[in-house]
Structure formats: structure tokens, C-alpha cells
Design a protein around this ligand. Structure first.
Ligand SMILES: *Cc1c(COP(=O)(O)O)cnc(C)c1O
Length: 310
């Protein structure tokens, strides 16, 4: 069933003894941290890039200094299509190096992502395709393959735990659950304080735009989630939870010790539910944590945050 043209790989699905012990019930991990570009993003972005390539795209343009930019760069290299990524001045040297390592051109412009995004969009010419990091149905379709793989394994989770930035991953998970006839499987969506744009929107019943992102989990830092994410939370059984930066960072450290995989605080937010709030899972027979990964965090940075979160 694996699509040979797909740019992502099928990732391991394992039961975690350590997390199961915390939760008192089986906790399974979908290890998308092991995707070649370091995060699940290649599922959706790879699917979108493949489709746009078939429609004749001559160049891909992105404005993400994070995992989405790395995924576009990776996809472009695989498809032999040039990639330009415009990033703000605040982007780390490591993130820029990871994008360049995939052969993409990096342009540094603007103090904030908004400014880099404006430049990126203004550079789009006739044969170019602009890639949105989370608000594109093709991206959601690609992310949904994660649930297809879980369904193929025969394990039906009692609940799925997933981190939310702009909501593309969450929309894909819901799509995947629905297309595998698992509409009854609820989702716990997690964000960090200061990047909680979905939690606030769910509470208000309409899309809320944050004034600023104050969490260190910048990967979750979409000031406004996509419309589809709010709509999904209203049609699919969904609970929203917000954790502190400290809890997210601490979960990354525990996960490194338990599973020897380094993930970003963006991913730590989901792991923190199991490590710190296992009572959240009491009513479910089992849980599946989407280990979404993240390539821009280093061990040194994680240690610095652990000493001094925010
Ligand atoms: C992009 C990303 C997220 C959030 O995904 P959205 O589709 O923006 O909600 C979470 N974790 C990691 C590691 C990411 O790269």
C-alpha cells in the first residue's frame, strides 16, 4: 500500500514501556521524528510538492525557517526542482544550515515571519509554486497517511495525542481517522502557553489571532490556526490542552532518556500529557502519541532551556 512515489517513509509504530508505565495503559508511539528531514512535515509537504511537480511547477518557494522549510527543501531535492526559502533574521544558524544542506537557496529577510512571507509571495513567478506550511488540503491529505499506516497495523488507538501549530497536522490526523472509519477515536490537541491559538479559538468558537508568540516552542507559533482546524475541532471529538514550556522541555529530556530520540519542545508538548497529566488518559484503553519530531533543536539548546525555561 506504500506509494512508491511518496517522499516520506513508513515510520515505526511501537509500544512504549516507559510511557505505558506512566499512564497505566498501553501508550503507542508513531515515530515520525524518524522521517529523513526530521519531522512528519514531509508527509504533507512531500505529497503537495509531488502533486505540484506533476502540474508543472518549475520552482518551490517557502517562507518557513523551521521544519516546513526543511521539508520543502528535501522534497525539491528529491524531485530535482529548485527551492527558495525566505527566512526571518531570527532564524537559527542550524535551521539555515539544514535547509542549505538540502540544496535549497536561503534568503534572509525581515524581522518577523510575516515580512519574510511577504517577500516570498512577491517572488512567485508564473512557473513557481508557493508552499503553505499548514493551510493546504494537499498537505492534510499527506499527513493523513500517518493514520493509514496505523490502521494497516491493526492497532486501533483509544485516543490520539497530537501537537498543534497552524493545525495542518491535526487536520490530517482527523482526515486519516475519518477515511479509516475511525471517526469515534477522539483526539487530544496540545499547545504550549503563549502559542495556544487553537485552544483560544476552541474556547471562543471562532478564529482568534494571538498578538504575539511568547512560547519557546516557536514551531507551534502560528498566531492563527487554519480555518479547517477550528472546523475539525467542532465536528470531530477533540479536547484541547495547554502545557507550559517547562513541561514541554522536561518531556523532551525524559523522552531522550527513555527512547534515545531528541525532539523539539513542539513535540514535547504532546509527550508532556503522558508524563505529567496521565489522569487525562484514564478513560481510554490506550493512547497513540504522534512523535512529530523536529530537526532544529540541539542537545545544547535543550539543556539551556532546562536550566532556564523562558
Ligand atoms: C510543524 C510542526 C508542528 C505543528 O504542525 P502544524 O501543522 O503547524 O499544526 C508540530 N511539531 C513539529 C515538530 C512541527 O514541525
Amino acid at each position: 500500500m506504500t506509494d512508491k512515489r511518496a517522499l516520506h517513509v513508513e515510520t515505526p509504530l511501537i509500544e512504549s514501556r516507559a510511557l505505558s508505565a506512566h499512564a497505566g495503559r498501553p501508550v503507542w508511539l508513531k515515530l515520525d521524528a524518524l522521517q529523513p528531514p526530521g519531522s512528519f512535515k514531509i508527509r504533507g509537504i512531500g505529497h503537495a510538492c509531488g502533486e505540484y511537480a506533476r502540474r508543472g511547477a518549475g520552482r518551490f518557494i517557502s517562507s518557513s525557517g523551521g521544519n516546513a522549510g526543511i521539508a520543502v527543501a528535501y522534497a525539491g531535492r528529491q524531485l530535482a526542482i529548485p527551492v527558495v526559502v525566505v527566512v526571518p533574521e531570527t532564524t537559527s544558524e542550524r535551521a539555515k544550515a539544514l535547509i542549505q544542506q538540502e540544496g535549497a537557496e536561503v534568503i534572509v529577510h525581515g524581522k518577523s515571519w510575516q515580512e519574510s512571507d511577504e517577500l516570498a509571495r512577491s517572488r512567485v513567478q508564473d512557473s513557481d509554486t508557493y508552499l503553505h506550511p499548514f493551510d493546504d488540503p494537499l498537505v492534510w491529505d499527506g499527513h493523513a497517511t500517518m493514520i493509514d499506516e496505523v490502521a494497516m497495523s491493526g492497532f486501533k488507538p483509544g485516543v490520539v495525542i497530537v501537537s498543534v501549530g497552524g493545525g495542518g497536522l491535526y487536520c490530517g490526523i482527523v482526515k486519516g481517522l475519518v477515511r479509516n472509519e475511525w471517526s469515534d477515536v477522539p483526539v487530544i490537541v496540545t499547545e504550549t502557553e503563549g502559542a495556544d491559538s487553537l485552544a483560544r479559538s476552541v474556547e471562543a468558537g471562532c478564529l482568534i489571532e494571538l498578538d504575539a508568540i511568547t512560547s519557546i516552542a516557536t514551531t507551534l507559533g502560528a498566531r492563527k490556526v487554519c480555518h479547517e482546524a477550528l472546523a475539525s475541532s467542532q465536528t470531530h471529538p477533540t479536547r484541547s490542552r495547554v502545557v507550559t514550556d517547562r513541561a514541554a522541555v522536561s518531556a523532551c529530556g525524559k523522552f531522550l532518556a527513555d527512547h534515545r530520540i531528541l525532539v523539539e519542545p513542539a513535540c514535547g508538548a504532546s509527550l508532556a500529557i503522558v508524563y505529567d497529566d496521565p489522569h487525562e488518559l484514564e478513560e481510554f484503553e490506550s493512547a497513540l502519541v504522534v512523535v512529530c519530531g523536529g530537526a532544529t533543536t540541539t542537545l545544547e539548546q535543550l539543556q539551556a532551556w532546562s536550566k532556564n525555561p523562558s
